[in-house]
Design a binder for this molecule. Structure first.
Ligand code: F3S
Length: 60
């Protein structure tokens, strides 16, 4: 899995960073970013984060 946040769609709701903090973090720009070296397989929460994003900004 190669998580990606589309910054044209992210509204900064922070759900992904709450649900899957090992992979997603909030940036100074108020948008979600994928952490350096993030590993969805190890974290096990990327799909839930993607499904929970209200704007569908997360692709895997
Ligand atoms: Fe943005 Fe969706 Fe996360 S709106 S902050 S990518 S849950």
């Amino acid at each position: 899995m190669n998580p990606h946040v589309n910054h044209d769609e992210c509204i900064g709701c922070e759900l992904c960073a709450e649900i899957c903090p090992d992979v997603f973090e909030m940036g100074d720009d108020g948008l979600a970013h994928v952490k350096e070296g993030a590993d969805c397989a190890a974290a096990g929460c990327c799909q839930e984060a993607a499904d929970s994003c209200p704007t569908g900004a997360i692709s895997l």
